[in-house]
Design a protein around this ligand. Structure first.
Ligand SMILES: NC(=O)c1ccc[n+]([C@@H]2O[C@H](COP(=O)([O-])OP(=O)(O)OC[C@H]3O[C@@H](n4cnc5c(N)ncnc54)[C@H](OP(=O)(O)O)[C@@H]3O)[C@@H](O)[C@H]2O)c1
Length: 260
């Protein structure tokens, strides 16, 4: 799975999604993260087709939405996502949130899709350690990815350690804290040393932390900026300084307490 990709939450279906995906693929991105609930899978699919990049070179992720969870309904939701995307397989399919009483049946459906060769990897999103432990009790196949909120204000050390020990790749959503960290003094100061922006420093910190990252932007100059992070390296001390910004602060819902 690529370490780096484009997120498309809150990207409008149609032109906006098509253009963002095309801009990303033109500038070297090879991974796109969407979800049924983002309602832009058609635009993402169109962007992929118009990009001219061969399908097999692109890593496409989508997610089953909460109201579709359960065994049969997940199989149906997967088909509907593929149809909207205009694809015949997905690279990664995730359970979007751990819906109580349902996520184990949903997982069985993902296992079937995987065994049938319709998706190349399966995983979860917004799972705490206790959700993973519960799922692993009955799972035949271990989740390969856990995509959760992660940025310098929410470093998720316990969950990251658990995922590492269990061979589950940790992936960050809202890596830029939705833009909320870009004027942080510590991060900007580190950026000055390398002639990099705060966004680039944060995304580099993700990669060096072993975390897959998928920043969202619809602006081509930012799409380019965000991916220009493979030509510098943060020192151990700089990594620690960013780690120390943790406040266990979320901008999204807590997976133990969501009502959607
Ligand atoms: N699994 C889940 O439950 C879940 C939840 C949330 C998100 N996600 C995924 O994670 C992706 C990323 O998270 P996110 O969209 O919430 O937030 P994000 O990537 O942390 O931040 C995106 C925001 O920052 C702005 N931005 C991007 N690059 C910038 C730059 N270089 N300089 C200044 N501003 C910049 C964007 O504006 P412009 O577009 O105007 O540039 C947008 O407002 C989502 O798109 C989605 O694919 C998953």
């Amino acid at each position: 799975m690529p370490w780096f990709g484009l997120g498309v939450w809150r990207v409008e279906n149609g032109k906006e999604a098509v253009n963002a995906v095309k801009a990303a693929l033109k500038n070297g991105y090879r991974s796109i993260d969407t979800a049924a609930v983002y309602q832009n899978e058609e635009g993402v699919g169109q962007g992929i087709r118009e990009s001219g990049v061969p399908r097999e070179n692109i890593f496409v992720t989508s997610k089953v939405w909460n109201s579709d969870q359960g065994y049969e309904s997940t199989l149906e939701a997967f088909d509907a996502s593929l149809k909207r995307l205009g694809l015949d397989y997905l690279d990664l399919y995730l359970i979007h949130w751990p819906v109580k009483g349902k996520y184990k049946d949903t997982w069985r459906a993902l296992e079937k899709l995987y065994k049938d060769g319709r998706v190349r990897a399966i995983g979860v999103s917004n799972f705490h350690v206790h959700h993973l432990e519960d799922l692993l009790q009955d799972a035949e196949i271990k989740p390969m990815v856990n995509q959760v909120e992660f940025h310098p204000r929410l470093t998720q050390l316990e969950l990251r350690t658990y995922c590492k020990e269990h061979g589950i790749q940790f992936e960050a959503w809202s890596p830029l804290m939705q833009g909320g960290l870009l004027d942080n003094g510590v991060i900007s100061e580190i950026g000055e040393k390398y002639n990099k922006t705060a966004a680039q420093v944060i995304l580099r910190w993700d990669i060096q932390s072993g975390v897959v990252t998928i920043p969202k932007s619809i602006k081509e100059h930012r799409i380019i900026e965000n991916s220009d992070i493979f030509n510098f390296e943060l020192t151990y001390e700089e990594m620690e300084k960013i780690d120390a910004l943790n406040e266990d602060k979320r901008v999204g819902a807590d997976p133990d307490n969501f009502n959607f």
